[in-house]
Structures are given as C-alpha cells and as structure tokens.
Write a protein that binds this ligand. Structure first.
Ligand SMILES: Nc1ncnc2c1ncn2[C@@H]1O[C@H](COP(=O)(O)OP(=O)(O)OP(=O)(O)O)[C@@H](O)[C@H]1O
Ligand SMILES: [Mg+2]
Length: 366
C-alpha cells in the first residue's frame, strides 16, 4: 500500500484565523487509498480545521491539497467527491429519514428510480431499513448518527470524512458504532478520514493515526508503532498511560542506548538513529504501566531482565483483573498494572516494593 500514490496529499498547508497564530502549521500528509486514517489530538490542535479544509469548508492560507495530483483548494465542497459526517448530526428535522438520505442524490441530479434504489441500499447498510418513513426527532442518538452515515455514503464518495461522529453517544453505543463503522469501511473499501480525541477509539479503528499537536503532526504511524515506539514525551503521554523516568543519555552499549537515572541505574532502549542524542543529554525513559511487574523476592532477576527499582507504595487499587499500584520511584509517581496472581496480600501504602522494569524501555525526548 505504501507504493500506491496517495489519494490526497496535503502539501505544506497552513491556516490562521487571526493572522497571529498558525492553527495548522505547514502540514504535509499523504492519505492512502482505502485506508482508515485517524486524526487524533487534544482539543484545539487543529483536527477539525484540517478536515474542514479537506472538505472545502475552510481555505488554507498557504499550501496545496492535492487529490489524484490535482489541487482541489479552488473546488467547491460538493465537487470534491467526499461524504461528511459531523458530531452534531445535522439531519434536516422537517424531512423523513428517506428524504434526508436522498438529499445528496437530488442535489446531484440522480434520477428518481435510481435514487429510491440507492436510499434503500444505504438504509440496509446501516441496518435501519424499517425506519425510512420516520423523522429524525423520532430516532435515538445512535440511529440518527447512522442515518448521517448513510447520507454520507449514499452517493458513494471516494472519501468519507468524519469529525467525532460518536462524541454524543453513551459508551456502550459508541463501542457498538465503532465496530459498525469499521465493518462498513472494510465492506466498502472506501478511504476514511476520522477525527477523534478518544485514544481507544483511534487505537482500535485505525490503519494509521496522525497525532496532532499545536497544528503539526507529532507522529504518524500504525497504532502498534505509535503505542510501542512513541517518538517523544507528548506522543507517549497522549496515547495511553505512560511512566516517564528522567535520566541522561549515556551512549550505546551492545546495540542498545543506555539511559542513566539519578541513582545510577542503567535502563536500556532500542538504539536510536545515529546522532539523535548527545552524551549527557537529558532524556526520558517511557515505560507502559502494563510492562512493569513486581520483582521476585531475593536477588535481582536474570541478566536478560530489566532493572529493578524499589520505592514506597503510595496507593494500591484492586480492579478485579488487575491492580493499579502507585509507587514513588526517585521522586516520580510510577504506575504499574499488576496481575493480581503475582502478589499474595495486596501491597499497602508505605510498604516498600521492588518493581521489575521491562528489559527494553522507550527512549523519548524530554
Ligand atoms: N472559525 C474559527 N475562527 C476562529 N478561530 C477558530 C475557528 N475555528 C477554530 N478556531 C480555533 O482554532 C483552533 C483549532 O481548532 P480546531 O477546531 O481545528 O481544533 P480541534 O483539534 O478540532 O479541537 P477539538 O478536539 O476541541 O474539536 C482552536 O484554538 C479554535 O479556537
Ligand atoms: Mg474538532
């Protein structure tokens, strides 16, 4: 898939609303045909603005947006071959469900018979075949959102753009709709660009995730790559929970980078690109809570294991399938997700525990 030309390419796109700050800052991004790409980032990081420029409702101040190699910036939204779903459903309240879905087809001059056939097909796609005669006000939030989805898909656009489409739904319905949207994506083979600030949603649904931070992409990659190899502290902290231990870069040993903590403990990380860090530079070791275990009593573990760090427990919460343990390590609050089977009695606050770190940590910029 990497070799196919992108369906859309943002080429150094910038946008300001006030002539003072860049809301989208020199953004370059390739969208691959058929992929499920998620824009993920904190509130105000420029996700919606990026999607709006792609849909044609906002205009970049600099740069080009290429679709099949052609700049679409001058093109009106309805000429861009994109279906759009936003958080607020924006269904027409005075029209029936059928009429709502039919609307884009009428606007495109599709003949009546063909329109009826396609509306029925789109309703089936979102499994609401029986509700075509109702008005939006007579539907639940999840049903309305599915109608909005049907309306975006009915003219079979090449790109489907969704901005927090599930934000207004309760958790159970959101999980259900996530599965449905993902299935639709697989079934239809269309390209989806999906905006969310829910990291779980991004991890479970996406082929690739672009992490937005202050109008720029902090990192772009597959869920597994971003989760396990975050480039910097922002990405590590934004995608899942992570512990950061600050230390100094202590060079390369046996194909690994060494991070030296304040107490002299050496942590090992995958070797970075040549020259990425300088000796003595302040860096962070990023460690996921679920990769920390309780060290077996007695001597340090076998050489292949990671470092052992001891500290007092500040809290211990039982969640059924795991324990969340907070431990003060070198003045940092370190969180560990522990399998209850690993420990007999639950650790109590004040008790000194020994944490076994993974043999490889992630080296991240401070
Ligand atoms: N029409 C506008 N006029 C002026 N400022 C705007 C406009 N739209 C967005 N902004 C500002 O641009 C910044 C980025 O907004 P944007 O909506 O792109 O963020 P977002 O990443 O989608 O955030 P959220 O997760 O909260 O939806 C914000 O600071 C916002 O206040
Ligand atoms: Mg937004």
């Amino acid at each position: 898939m990497t070799d196919t030309p992108p369906i859309v390419a943002f080429d150094k796109v910038s946008k300001t609303y006030d002539e003072k700050s860049w809301i989208v800052d020199n953004l370059s991004l390739d969208i691959r045909a058929g992929e499920f790409l998620t824009l993920l980032g904190p509130s105000g990081s420029g996700k919606t603005t990026t999607l709006m420029m792609l849909a044609g409702f906002e205009t970049p101040d600099h740069g080009r947006i290429l679709m099949d190699g052609r700049d679409i910036v001058p093109l009106a939204p309805h000429k861009r071959d994109m279906g759009v779903v936003f958080q607020s459903y924006a269904l027409f309240p005075h029209m029936s469900v059928d009429e709502n879905i039919e609307f884009p087809l009428v606007a495109r001059g599709v003949a009546a018979g063909e329109r009826r056939r396609r509306v029925a097909e789109a309703l089936d796609l979102v499994q609401l075949g029986a509700l075509g005669g109702r008005r939006p006000g007579q539907l639940s939030g999840g049903q309305q959102q599915r109608i909005a989805l049907a309306r975006a898909l009915v003219y079979r656009p090449r790109l489907v753009l969704m901005d927090e489409p599930l934000g207004a739904l309760d958790k159970a319905l959101r999980l259900h709709m996530q599965t449905e949207i993902k299935q639709l994506h697989q079934q239809l083979g269309l390209t989806f660009v999906y905006v969310t600030h829910d990291q779980d949603e991004a991890l479970t649904m996406s082929d690739r995730i672009a992490i937005f931070h202050q109008g720029k992409i902090a990192q772009l990659g597959g869920p597994e790559e971003l989760y396990n190899r975050p480039r910097d502290v922002f990405v590590a902290g934004f995608l899942g929970q992570t512990n950061l231990l600050t230390g100094r870069y202590d060079g390369v040993d046996d194909q690994c980078s060494v991070i030296r903590l304040a107490d002299g403990t050496a942590l090992r990380a995958q070797r970075p690109e040549e020259g990425a860090f300088t000796l003595g530079q302040t860096v962070n070791a990023a460690i996921r809570p679920e990769r920390i275990r309780l060290a077996p009593a007695g001597a340090a573990g076998p050489a292949a294991d990671g470092a052992v760090l001891a500290g007092p427990v500040t809290s211990c919460v039982f969640h059924g399938d795991h324990l969340t343990l907070h431990v003060d390590i070198l003045g940092r609050d370190v969180v560990a997700k522990i399998n209850p089977g690993e420990t007999g009695a639950l650790p109590v606050p004040g008790e000194i525990v020994r944490l076994l770190l993974p043999s490889r940590v992630t080296l991240a910029l401070a």
